[in-house]
Design a protein around this ligand. Sequence first.
Ligand code: HEC
Length: 380
Amino acid sequence: MMERKDLYSITALFDTPDEIVNAVESVQREGYTKYDVNTPYPVHGLDIKMKLNPSKLGYFALVFGLTGTITALFFMWWSMSKDYPLVIGGKPFFALPAFIPVTFELTVLLASIGTVLTMLFFYFRLPNLSHPLHDTDYMRSVSNDKFGISIEAGDSLFEKDRVNKLFERLGAKTIGEIYFDEEEKSKKPKIFEPKFIIFLLLTALIISGASYFTLNKMLYMAPFNWMVTQEKDTPQSHSKFFADGFGMRNPVPGTVARGAMPYIFKGQPDLAGEKLVNPFNPDEKTLAIGKKKFNIYCSPCHGNFAKGDARLNGQFPNPPSLHSDKVRNWSDGRIFAVITEGQNIMPSYAQQLTADERWAVILYVRALQRAVNAREDDLK
Ligand code: HEC
């Protein structure tokens, strides 16, 4: 019997997965290699029965990935150690740790893009979109509820009668022949058809046009531009709203920052002495802070024990002793006023010491006074 030249394969349909597994075993035993199986759902173990090798796609991924690695490292070596060496943060010209992120990214980029393109153009044979099995009753059956096998005419052992007999012996429900669609084959691949190309160009044009319009025009039209053109004053801007023309506003008079206590007794040290109360007790911690700050900020003029014996060798007039009756009888608040505002030639120490530190220094001065003027019961 003459075989038609354009025969692609002979197909057989079975009803159950067991039958198709059995058929695959027989086809294997007969020695056919160019055949394929189509099932409506994955049948486990079929790939083992068909002796299918693992996909080779992984090797393509490896090659593309390594290409990315080498390209990245080469260009960074060439541009940063050869062509235009730059010292960056004292690193060597070929600073591998710093080059890893770029290398990694290019590796992953090329591996993924390369793998997808290989799949599309090498395995799926793009731009060819047709396959003889497409659009056949066989395909319609196997994508519904039948299990099909198709032995290709290209197999070296292929003989029409032998294949037909094998399928009959296996109890195939339907045996059919698939022919190449000559018309389809002679046609140019669909993606080169002018219609498709025009469709592609139009789509690209519309999408880029829409993006351009959205990002460069629409966002600057009402109501989308409300955020951009809202009425507001920035610190350095001129204001049309306020009479003085300043965009930056001062706090309302009397505003107190959270956690800060303004000093309201300026020029009235006696009133401060009357009203202010030391918020701390002379405990170990407070006295330690007070001693530290006193030794840093006060002792150069007042001496380590506040006796007025300055260490400045006459560069600054010696202050009076702080053990005088006058200062001993002052309230803590009165001394606070001196430290905060200064007194005559003694400058203010409000910049160097926080209010809390000033109170701690006062407690330390009290301790010094007590040490020099001990009471009788202190000695008991
Ligand atoms: C630059 C040197 C200098 C430093 C530092 C200094 N004082 Fe004075 N202090 C003086 C002088 C000078 C006087 C006397 C001022 C005057 O003529 O009324 C004085 C006066 C005083 C008085 C009032 C004494 C009185 O009898 O009227 C007190 C209290 C005082 N100082 C506390 C301190 C404390 C606490 C510190 C540390 C925070 C300090 N001083 C740091 C130079 C200094």
